[in-house]
Design a protein around this ligand. Structure first.
Ligand code: FAD
Length: 460
């Protein structure tokens, strides 16, 4: 594997034990650069290779919906690894502490790159408690985030050429993870994930979803379905009724499917080039722009991350009258005057997946209907992370900051509350797709004559 996918977090002295792969973002056996790097190190040093995963019981805003999907999927991954003679160890507790304890004799520790704050903190704590070398590998992005850019990029237009320059090197086929020849003397059975799930005391308000089969096999099946039945229609992706989007985000978020695998298969697909390119733009450019944002803006979920032009403009409109103000609970229960917003909220709470175009509309209306941008962002983050199966993701923080604070966007015409941050309206939505059909599907009815102006939008 290309060594440029890995970077040293801290130097150290090799211990007498196995190479330890700490899984914390990429939850799959194959198509996983972190495991491939771990196996490379273990084969060179003639050591066992062990995978470890730590259940952090208090991950912010994660509940039964997310933990259920993750733990059920991990069970498949653990079985696949066991068949390759790579044991999987399940720990519970504070990851920084538990990993440092588990890997104290390790030859080396290899882990997934992740720019989100809780994960950075775990890694810093674990690395501080270890004597062995610690490496991180970017297996989430096709092009490693730290190679793409060493600064926060302004928008898709500025990061796109940097990514495209690296694609010939990094968008390459995966080698297979092989049966590991060096056995670990403490060989363990596949952990009991169902018992771990039942022991968890987490928010159970958001139930598990039935449409998404967890694990790499579920992700693979969804990818096959997308390639054959949806990708040819991907140009209709902004129509929430069209069924043209991939619905891959839950598996991508939990690292049960590699974005690189999806990209390789899309490139090889016999569908119109326009559809392929449009999908690869979302899957690679927009998705990697989101990780660039979280890597370089640790305040990715605070209004302090908004660009100056947007902060100044939102400030100037802070005291504008707000004709509709909703309490957080009314928003959460889809009790607003806007049938499209309520329908989108229901789609999210009931299925764990809101359509991408509606996510923009949904977030912008929260900005319009709450007392301040700070409150709007706080509520948006909480609802998104609590109800979306793919929540707590760089994409979500970037999407919310785009919608409410002009991140990766430019100033638009000035108007109340939004200032120069881009606005979206119900009338604009009606000019794009059959809003009546969508809201009826979610038990809402549309008023006869919605007011407002048409605005064509998409994240830039
Ligand atoms: C307010 C708001 C909140 C969002 N919250 C999340 C979230 O919590 N988790 C999440 O994964 N995405 C989030 N997004 C980004 C995007 O809406 C979803 O990734 C997409 O709708 C997922 O559906 P899909 O897999 O069918 O997408 P497709 O259109 O099929 O796209 C394929 C993949 O490309 C990536 N992608 C698509 N659009 C974007 C984008 N705008 N930015 C970054 N990556 C993108 C995703 O990984 C997606 O799965 C959010 C966007 C907004 C505006």
């Amino acid at each position: 594997m290309t060594a440029r996918r890995a970077r040293l977090v801290r130097a150290g002295t090799h211990g007498p034990g196995p190479v330890v792969c700490w899984m914390r973002r990429e939850h799959r056996a194959q198509d996983n650069w972190t495991l491939l790097r771990g196996q490379e190190l273990a084969l060179t040093a003639k050591r066992p290779l062990v995978t470890v995963w730590c259940l952090a019981r208090d991950y912010p805003d994660a509940g039964l919906r997310q933990f259920g999907f993750l733990l059920r999927g991990l069970e498949d991954t653990a079985r696949e690894l066991a068949a390759l003679r790579i044991p999987f160890v399940l720990l519970e507790g504070d990851p920084g502490v538990e990993i440092a304890r588990f890997a104290r004799n390790a030859h080396s520790l290899v882990t997934d790159f992740d720019p989100l704050r809780p994960k950075r903190q775990w890694l810093a704590e674990a690395a501080a408690g270890l004597a062995c070398p610690v490496e991180e590998v970017d297996g989430r992005n096709v092009c490693p985030a730290w190679l793409v850019s060493d600064k926060r990029e302004y928008m898709a237009r500025t990061i796109r050429p940097k990514i495209h320059r690296l694609l010939p090197e990094f968008l390459a086929p995966f080698p297979r993870l092989r049966p590991h020849p060096h056995a670990w003397e403490r060989h363990t059975a596949v952990p009991d994930f169902a018992a771990a799930l039942s022991r968890l005391s987490v928010d159970r308000a958001a139930p598990e979803v039935v449409w998404a089969a967890p694990g790499p096999a579920g992700g693979r099946a969804r990818l096959d379905d997308f390639l054959h039945s949806r990708l040819p229609r991907y140009m209709q992706r902004n129509d929430p009724n069209a069924g043209a989007v991939s619905l891959l985000s839950p598996w991508l978020h939990f690292g049960m499917l590699s974005a690189q695998r999806a990209a390789l298969e899309v490139v090889a697909c016999d569908v119109p080039r326009e559809a392929r390119d449009a999908f690869l733009e979302e899957l690679i450019v927009r998705r990697e722009l989101a990780d660039n944002f979280c890597l370089h803006a640790p305040d990715y979920d605070q209004t302090t991350c908004f660009p100056d032009w947007a902060s100044r403009s939102l400030d100037a409109h802070r005291t504008d009258p707000r004709p509709h103000l909703y309490a957080e609970e009314d928003l959460e229960r889809a009790r607003t005057h806007d049938p499209l917003w309520n329908a989108a909220q229901r789609q999210m709470t009931e299925t764990g997946h809101m359509h991408g175009w509606l996510r923009m509309y949904w977030a912008k209306k929260i900005l319009e209907w709450t007392p301040s941008p700070e409150e709007a962002l706080r509520i948006g983050v909480r609802l998104n992370d609590r109800w979306q199966l793919d929540g707590r993701d760089s994409n979500g923080y970037a999407g919310l900051a785009w919608s409410m604070g002009g991140v990766h966007d430019r100033p638009w015409g000035e108007r109340p509350i939004f200032g120069t941050v881009r606005f979206m309206s119900l009338a604009g939505a009606m000019g794009k797709f059959d809003v009546r059909r969508f809201v009826q599907n979610w038990g809402e009815t549309l008023p006869e004559k919605p007011r407002g102006r048409r605005t064509a939008v998409r994240p830039t």
